[in-house]
Design a protein around this ligand. Structure first.
Ligand SMILES: Nc1ncnc2c1ncn2[C@@H]1O[C@H](COP(=O)(O)OP(=O)(O)O)[C@@H](O)[C@H]1O
Ligand SMILES: *[C@@H]1O[C@H](CO)[C@@H](O)[C@H](O)[C@H]1NC(C)=O
Length: 305
């Protein structure tokens, strides 16, 4: 059988739709643009953060919902390829069983359908984890419930309010051990411009007033600002200068790395975790792509571990 007979046409069209391209325009279905590279993306902030954490060497699980289709199967396969636990696939829901020490559970979703019942099914995984990381890509009430479940079981929480909403429920703050966002999210949440390090120091104070334990605001090439629990002054943690070629997903690389350090070395000072996460994310901006640019443990200096 020749290759063309084996490959159904429909699958090819789906691949084209999924492509994240670096070409000046997206290809039409079935069209090939010569001379450019194409990537198949398995994105979503949660997925990206999950992959980055896993590549640094911590056991990671993802709670999310995917379709029982080509997209869903590939999405799951990508986690498997990156050694992320995906557990038993029940209908559309993927819950995860974590077994080891130092696990991270990441709650994210391909859609808004992940609800209370699925989260309850994932409780065994959540309560065994060291860290739970949530974004706002799923129904906000589900994210909040996940954070509350983690808190109840003394699991450390990281909340990444992305994509940001201006009227964020205050319970998100009180359930966050580390509230981590970028400049534009900080700006939307505080209603004040966040354009430089000084602004970020102010915004961090404002966010912490709302009830979280610690705040990190990432600042692109400027690194980040860290406001630790129970400390009055925030710290600027600069990034090392690098030649950035593609900063897409830098924030996800940073947060994935932060989650890794919180799970792997929980007693490390938060500003040191942030310094190391800056370095991991700094590597990711030197290559094209999102997950494709995220470094693994073996590609990073030993002193980061
Ligand atoms: N140009 C850059 N040079 C060095 N590090 C960078 C650069 N851009 C991003 N980073 C790193 O990635 C982190 C997240 O970047 P940022 O742009 O704030 O996030 P987002 O992807 O959410 O916009 C920064 O805190 C920094 O560690
Ligand atoms: C912050 O992250 C959001 C995604 O949540 C992105 O759209 C935005 O461009 C980022 N802002 C900056 C300043 O990088």
């Amino acid at each position: 059988m020749t290759q063309s007979q084996k490959t159904p046409k429909a699958a090819l069209i789906i691949l084209v739709i999924l492509c994240l391209s670096q070409a000046p325009r997206l290809p039409k279905a079935g069209e090939t643009i010569h001379g450019h590279k194409f990537f198949i993306g398995f994105g979503g902030k949660g997925a990206n953060q999950c992959i980055q954490a896993a590549r640094l060497g911590v056991q990671t699980a993802m709670i999310c919902k995917v379709g029982k289709d080509f997209f869903g199967n590939n999405y799951i396969q990508n986690f498997k390829d990156n050694e992320v636990l995906t557990g038993k696939k029940e209908e559309f829901c993927v819950t995860c069983q974590t077994a080891g020490e130092n696990a991270i559970v990441i709650v994210a979703g391909a859609n808004m359908l992940l609800g209370k019942e699925e989260l309850q099914k994932a409780l065994p995984a959540i309560r065994r984890a060291k860290v739970l990381l949530c974004q706002l890509e799923i129904n906000p009430q589900t994210s909040l419930l996940a954070l509350q479940m983690a808190r109840e079981h003394k699991v450390k929480t990281i909340f990444n309010p992305a994509p940001a909403i201006s009227d964020l429920d205050l319970n998100f703050y009180t359930c966050s051990d580390v509230f981590c966002c970028n400049e534009s999210e900080a700006e939307l949440l505080t209603g004040c411009s966040v354009a430089d390090v000084e602004d970020a120091h102010r915004a961090a104070q404002e966010l912490r007033k709302r009830g979280c334990s610690a705040v990190i605001i990432t600042l692109g090439s400027q690194g980040c600002v860290v406001l630790k629990a129970q400390e009055s002054k925030s710290i600027h943690v600069p990034a090392t200068a690098v030649t950035a070629v593609d900063t897409t997903g830098a924030g996800d690389s940073f947060i994935g790395a932060l989650a890794f350090y919180m799970a792997d070395q929980p007693s490390m000072p938060l500003e040191e975790m942030a310094r190391r996460a800056n370095q991991v994310a700094g590597v990711s901006v030197q290559a094209v792509g999102t997950q494709t640019s995220f470094p693994s443990k073996q590609n990073l200096p030993a002193e980061l571990f």
